[in-house]
Design a binder for this molecule. Sequence first.
Ligand code: ADP
Length: 339
Amino acid sequence: MINLKDVNKSFKVKGTTFEACKNINLSVEAGDVYGIVGYSGAGKSTLVRLINALEKPTSGQVVVKGKVINELDGKELRQIRKDIAMIFQSFNLLSSKTVYDNVAIPLLLNNTPKEEIKAKVMAMLEFVGLSDKQNVYPQNLSGGQKQRVGIARALATNPSILLCDEPTSALDPKTTDSILRLLRKVNQELNVTIILITHQINIISKICNKVAVMAEGEIIENGTVKEIFAHPKQQLTKDFINLVVDDFIPDTIFAKAMQEQGPARIYKLRVLNGNVCDTFVPDLRKQFKLELKTLSMSVMEMQGSILTSVGILAKGDAEELARFDSYLYAHYEVKEVTA
Ligand code: ADP
């Protein structure tokens, strides 16, 4: 659906060249909800602006549905742009127009017949759950409702790609969840491929199937969300994921475990897709002649898979502990935290 090949984008600022995107290679397939996460200034917005051809790459190719869009202009470019819609953190609604008129804007620009516009706007408002707000002005809507209007407007022309620029950053957590549910519905029911940029990793785990982590203009790590969350490689990715995967062992429990007499080790483990809650530690007890205690456990769901974090104290014979240690490192994402 979208392919970026060796894409670079630099800006000249006061005589010096600044590279906002470096050697970007990215492949987005039809049906993906592809998250791009990174701190402010990482180059995410520039990347998105390359995909909808608001910026041209300094080198490389941006291919959308088989067309190298950075080589297109005029009618062909306008045509492909119609297929790529966008929503924004700040919603970008026209305050002087009603909800109905805001959603109608792209259809008017397309010279759509009036009756068709009416049917489409009403269908979109129903899809986003705002049928009763058609005559309301943006100032009388909540943040979540404004973003729903933004989504209805973006989808009015039946695009196959939706770019989302920090779509929930201005919203509270509950509203964020409702907008993410709506975006999932857009993806699944309308078959729209979504690219979502955010600095909030929890958004990625809730809605995306794939993720790219950006830093200083580069994609430093990318892959499926399940794989990246279970086995992050880069330190920045680990830092991001630690914000949502709770593997904290409470201080008092940790301190007590550290006072155990004899050879003992404390581990933090991450296990993807196991029935960890009830069988993980009991199964380990069957395999190793060790005293194993569960110190902490947290569970999160990602696209139907369960990612579990477990804190374990292992105590016993030094040789058996070494065997246990090798087993854990061979099979799981694991960190020994015995100081
Ligand atoms: P992000 O979306 O991750 O916050 P941006 O893509 O907005 O990052 O910006 C990446 C870097 O590129 C920033 O340092 C920004 O100042 C710079 N940049 C972006 N657009 C321009 C521009 N038009 N001219 C000069 N520098 C720019």
